[in-house]
Ligand binder design. Structure first.
Ligand SMILES: C[S@@+](CC[C@H](N)C(=O)[O-])C[C@H]1O[C@@H](n2cnc3c(N)ncnc32)[C@H](O)[C@@H]1O
Length: 360
């Protein structure tokens, strides 16, 4: 028996994954039909059903073609490494949408971001999750306007807002390691999907801002905690928890001082809210020391760092988004990386790399 990873095998795995996604989507559409939709919603659901069934037929044909070719091959295959995961696809498609949107944006709002309005071939997301993402933006006072726009053939909702006052508040704390700048809501969602896929069951968002990563953790089924030093931001998180009915456990505390053993964590993933050279390294070092001090925790713990691909923000090299020396120093291993749009990279051609690590 020997290992063979042909391009056909990779295509086949990708097709099987897409078939599963489409089948899941059909189940959700059935579910939506039972939820007493309006006539307009019924029409939209039926259109999506037809679209999904047509896609499924095409996928099935391609699978049949490839498997018949494969059965003629006498060699024994092992399951190949699947590079093209759902998170990769979503991430790539989101970056594409962001880059087109950023070039054409003519508004003058302080911050802006995009969420697909509906499920499509490029954004095959659980419909309930998608609704929750919009709910977060609609109920979040930092956004004052939204409108629909077709971007590269995908109907999207653009949310415009202002974080100036929150930003100012967040820098007034003595041990603040980084001011408030949010990632995109869609990016937070993709990051938490990946955390779930990697097998974590709890999420701790360190320096959580308005709580979007913990919120998304909650909707994908991770038991989430949200630690933020700024009381005004935590008040904002509490408002969002109440109005969206998603309790992602906001805690107003200096993350450098917090007692993490009080959370009784089993296999958590920590998201560090800050770039390495701008204070994030202080947060990260403190969290790693605290994880080390809790018995048996580190073997099942993940840590995610927000990196940068922009040279001017760093004196260090760009490997692992500027986190290489900390990763090396604390004996961490990189297990995945995903690049995603954030508010602070809106006007740049590069995105923010999120580096997923675990202890060796
Ligand atoms: C760059 S923002 C990230 C926000 C959020 N994680 C996101 O990705 O959208 C960093 C946040 O960390 C918070 N912060 C900074 N130092 C902190 C500390 N020592 N303890 C808790 N939160 C802190 C800031 O107030 C700010 O909201």
């Amino acid at each position: 028996m020997y290992f063979l990873m042909s391009s056909n095998e990779l295509i086949l795995e990708n097709l099987l994954e897409r078939r599963d996604l489409n089948l899941t989507m059909l189940k959700h559409l059935d579910f939506e039909l039972m939820m007493d939709p309006t006539e307009k919603e019924i029409l939209d659901i039926k259109i999506l059903q037809t679209d999904t069934v047509n896609q499924l037929k095409k996928i099935e044909q391609e699978i049949a073609f490839l498997t018949s070719k494969k059965s003629q091959n006498k060699r024994v295959y092992q399951t190949p490494f699947i590079e093209n995961t759902m998170q990769d696809e979503l991430g790539k498609n989101l970056i594409h949408v962001k880059q087109i949107f950023a070039k054409s944006y003519e508004g003058n709002s302080h911050i802006q971001e995009v969420i697909p309005t509906e499920i499509s071939k490029k954004f095959q997301i659980d419909l309930k999750d998608l609704k929750h993402l919009h709910d977060f933006a609609l109920k979040n006072p930092i956004y004052h306007n939204h409108y629909e726009q077709e971007i590269d053939g995908i109907l999207c909702t653009v949310y415009e807002g202002d974080i100036n006052d929150y930003w100012l508040n967040s820098i007034k704390h003595g041990s603040s390691c980084q001011p408030f700048y949010p990632t995109w809501i869609m990016s937070a969602f993709i990051m938490t999907l990946l955390a779930k896929k990697l097998g974590y069951s709890e999420l701790v968002d360190i320096g959580s801002g308005d709580g979007r990563i913990a919120y998304c953790g909650n909707i994908v089924g991770l038991n989430s905690h949200s630690i933020e030093i700024d009381d005004v931001l935590v008040e904002l998180q509490n408002i969002i928890c109440t109005s969206t009915k998603q309790n992602f456990n906001p805690i107003c505390y200096d993350a450098l001082e917090f007692d993490y053993s009080s959370l009784n964590l089993k296999n958590p993933i920590f998201f560090i809210g800050g770039l390495a050279q701008m204070g994030g390294d202080v947060l990260a070092t403190s969290i790693i020391d605290k994880i080390n001090s809790i018995e048996n925790l580190k073997k099942d713990t993940g840590i995610v760092f927000a990196g940068t691909n922009t040279k001017r923000q760093l004196s260090e090299n760009l490997e692992n988004g500027g986190w290489s020396s900390l990763i090396e120093k604390h004996d961490l291993k990189v297990i995945d990386t995903v690049s995603l749009p954030t508010i602070w990279t809106f006007d740049q051609d590069v995105e923010t790399p999120y580096i997923y690590t675990e202890f060796k």
